[in-house]
Design a protein around this ligand. Structure first.
Ligand code: AMP
Length: 210
């Protein structure tokens, strides 16, 4: 089963992808996490990506598509995968089709912009493993520490208020057109993001199983 989780930054798609990973036992592939890792490790892709990420824009297609292609070629993705944060442009979606990847369903998690802005300031991420948290909705068990690894839990540079608005604008201009792209292919299921993570997870699983 190959799934795409679509949604604005802060819609909760990463969190829901982690939940779906646990339930369906297929890897959640987050291009954002892979890019942050590449930046941290100072790889060639990371060096190219950093300025675009810091500015709240999109990393050039050739960088992201290369990373994604290598990741889904790994053994653990043979039985299926959940794409979180890819594709983010119609060009990337077309590249996926050209790779011969068949997508079963696209789960579009919808949250209004005002709610997103309010949510993002509370979002935290593990600087080591990339696990996502929220100070109110999904707090860590020990202050500042990841529940899953010894990493520190931090505010992402691009979650700062000034960058959040740019990222939302980028989403509406470049990524939201994918909603009609996948609707026209009969693959789209929209889930309205709820206040409680567990409520959204329930709706997400129903959309996947429908
Ligand atoms: P995310 O963690 O999905 O919010 O991604 C963080 C940042 O990584 C985005 O704001 C982009 O700069 C970059 N990024 C992640 N995925 C992609 C993608 N598919 N295409 C271009 N840039 C991406």
């Amino acid at each position: 089963m190959n799934l795409i989780f679509l949604g604005a930054p802060g819609s909760g798609k990463g969190t829901q992808a982690e939940q779906a990973n646990a339930k369906y036992n297929i890897p959640a592939v987050s291009t954002g996490n892979m890019l942050r890792e590449a930046v941290k490790n100072g790889t060639e892709a990371g060096l190219k990506a950093k300025s675009f990420m810091d500015a709240g824009g999109l990393v050039p297609d050739e960088v992201v598509i290369g990373i994604l292609k290598d990741r889904i070629a790994l053994d653990d993705a043979k039985k299926g995968f959940i794409l979180d944060g890819f594709p983010r442009t119609v060009e990337q979606a077309e590249a996926l089709e050209r790779m011969g990847v068949n997508i079963d369903k696209v789960i579009n998690i919808h949250v209004d912009d005002e709610k997103i802005i309010a949510r993002m300031s509370g979002r935290r991420v593990c600087s080591d493993c990339g696990a996502s948290y929220h100070i109110e909705y999904k707090p860590v068990k020990t202050e500042g520490k990841c529940d899953l690894c010894p990493g520190a839990v931090v505010l992402r540079d691009d979650d700062k208020p000034e960058t959040v608005l740019t990222r939302l604008k980028t989403y509406h201009e470049k990524t939201a057109p994918l909603i009609s792209f996948y609707e026209s292919r009969g693959k789209l299921k929209t889930v309205v993001g709820q206040q409680e993570i567990a409520d959204t997870t329930k709706l997400t699983f129903e959309a996947i199983d429908a």
